[in-house]
Ligand binder design. Structure first.
Ligand code: ATP
Ligand code: MG
Length: 172
């Protein structure tokens, strides 16, 4: 692929940020592009997308932290965010992928583990043809101003508020 790559942001409180990014990865792979998802906040590897990726290898999903973010001290969180950021930077600069997704990067920014300036610098380093996708609640204004596409998911309704817990295949 050698078309111009842009920078996309999926943010807001509503459901659909990570799944939008996964949908883009699926579409990109279908068109012969190579995609990687780097997850900044460790989630459960029993998520449907992890099981799917392990079975069919459509794209890579990388989580550098081995411990759940709930079980980590601030120091451990900081160190895993630093490792994830360094890995993301290497992947972006190397230019071996057509699509790079930094999932929940804004959570790391909002926790003070990665700075807005670091993300802005990373956005500058993107190779011309690479599509860069950033997700997570609370995208900083400086980043949305610089991005080419910004969608804010608004939580008009979510079954969670009715007491319906996360469902397999839907939420994870
Ligand atoms: P998804 O992964 O379903 O696309 P998301 O990436 O937009 O959701 P996150 O902010 O990453 O949402 O939230 C993580 C988890 O919380 C996911 O399981 C998601 O489905 C669920 N969730 C998303 N929005 C809400 C909401 N408004 N209230 C409660 N739970 C939510
Ligand atoms: Mg998400």
């Amino acid at each position: 692929m050698n078309h111009r790559g842009l920078i996309q942001v999926y943010t807001g409180d509503g459901k659909g940020k990570t799944t939008a990014a996964l949908g883009l990865a699926l579409r990109a792979v279908g068109q012969g592009m190579k995609a990687i998802i780097i997850q900044f906040i460790k989630g459960d590897r029993t998520c449907g997308e992890h099981i799917f990726a392990a079975q069919y290898h459509p794209f890579e999903i990388v989580q550098l932290s081995t411990k759940s973010s709930f079980d980590q001290t601030l120091e451990e969180l900081r160190s895993s965010a630093e490792q994830s950021f360094a890995f993301a930077e290497k992947i972006i600069v190397d230019g071996g992928y057509d699509m790079v997704i930094l999932d929940e990067i804004f959570i790391a920014v909002n926790k003070g583990l990665v700075s807005t300036e670091q993300v802005l610098n990373l956005m500058n380093k993107k190779p011309e043809t690479m599509e860069l996708i950033l997700t997570g609640r609370g995208a900083p204004k400086e980043i949305t101003q610089k991005a080419d596409l910004v969608t804010e998911m608004t939580a008009i309704k979510h079954p969670f508020t009715k007491g319906i817990a996360a469902r397999k295949g839907i939420e994870y």
